[in-house]
Write a protein that binds this ligand. Structure first.
Ligand SMILES: Cc1cc2nc3c(=O)[nH]c(=O)nc-3n(C[C@H](O)[C@H](O)[C@H](O)COP(=O)(O)O)c2cc1C
Length: 318
């Protein structure tokens, strides 16, 4: 699948509680990336009686393709089982599996998961091997990580590149830096050079502070990267992956139409199982950059149900 995609390719970054199936469907309709990722999904949860609830993070439609399933956890056996189930189609159609080795959130790393694996290479190697065993070469394996834990640490990337992985996404910050400093693309470039030496067939994706498509393509060219991943850029412009970004020219009605589409799809998809307040972060994405936008947002964010929210949107539009 990966060799069919034109390089440099653009990926919509996984963002927990943001890039669910609803948001991905809206983006797929207006300005799709080349690859989607799911939110990070815990392998222990997937292999537990709570599976039904956890696997909502894997929910997707045919529109959101190609789609990589992003997983995290600390138990190699659960990774293997999950990878086998993904390959067997138990969760629908996926184009690849990505392991989160970059999340810096305290609660996640205190158990040794995600970016904590940077300091536990023995376990990281077991997790990668178990996942590869589960995938049986039928789907590509990808890793998303950072520049290092407390400091930039190329020995980590060297180690990863020796594990026979298909894709390596590097977010240009250390775990310690969280999102507090600008992403450092010179360091991403050094990882790309290591890739050239150690594992030429592994695709390298750069991530961090990319504003839009043309910015991403510029960085890919400058640093000779195979792909670019964009996350928060989509908060400022839902058309971030389009060649011509029409967002600044769109009328308030057109922006509200898009929010209405999102709310309708959210109501239909989640059927009241998720609170209406989650939609407020999307309200900020769609309802902005026009006169009176903040007053409109204030009204919409007070809605107590999706029905009330849809009524309010209708009223404001007319
Ligand atoms: C709200 C939010 C949720 C995130 N959730 C995830 C996640 O589930 N998995 C992951 O690998 N990264 C996650 N990230 C990190 C992003 O994928 C990305 O690496 C980071 O935001 C830097 O890229 P950007 O500057 O383009 O946003 C999250 C980021 C944000 C802002």
């Amino acid at each position: 699948m990966l060799n069919k995609i034109k390089k440099p390719f653009l990926i919509l970054a996984p963002m927990d509680d943001v890039t669910d199936t609803v948001f991905r469907q809206v983006i797929a309709d207006i300005a799709p990336p080349d690859i989607f990722f799911t939110e990070f999904t815990n392998v222990d949860g997937l292999q537990s009686p709570g599976r039904v609830r956890v696997q909502t993070k894997f929910k997707h439609t045919k529109k959101e393709q190609p789609l990589f399933a992003q997983i995290w956890g600390i138990d190699p056996e659960k990774y293997q089982l999950t990878a086998e189930q993904i390959v067997n189609g138990e969760f629908g159609e996926f184009a690849g599996v990505d392991i989160n080795m970059g999340c810096p959130v305290k609660d996640v790393i205190k158990n040794g998961a995600c970016s904590a694996l940077i300091n536990d290479r023995e376990l990281a190697a077991k997790i990668i091997k178990a996942t590869k065993d589960g995938l049986q070469g039928k789907l590509p394996i990808s890793i998303k990580t950072r520049l290092g834990f407390n400091e930039v640490d190329y020995t980590w990337h060297e180690f990863l590149l020796k594990q026979g992985i298909d894709v390596l996404t590097v977010h240009g910050r250390t775990k310690l830096e969280m999102s507090k400093v600008p992403a450092n693309w010179d360091h991403i470039n050094e990882v790309r050079k290591l890739r050239d030496k150690i594992s030429p067939s592994t695709l390298i994706v750069g991530n961090g502070d990319v504003k839009d498509r043309s910015h991403g393509l510029e960085l890919a060219k400058k640093y000779k990267l195979d792909g670019i991943m964009i996350g928060r850029g989509i908060f400022a412009d839902p058309y971030v992956f389009s060649k011509d970004t029409p967002w600044q020219r769109m009328t308030p009605k057109q922006k509200l139409d898009l929010y209405e589409k999102h709310v309708k799809l959210y109501a239909k998809t989640w059927q009241g199982t998720k609170p209406v307040q989650i939609l407020n972060k999307f309200c900020k994405i769609y309802v902005n950059n026009f006169e009176g936008a903040s007053e409109v947002r204030e009204k919409l964010m007070a809605a107590k149900s999706t029905d009330e929210l849809l009524e309010l949107i209708q009223k404001i539009k007319t």
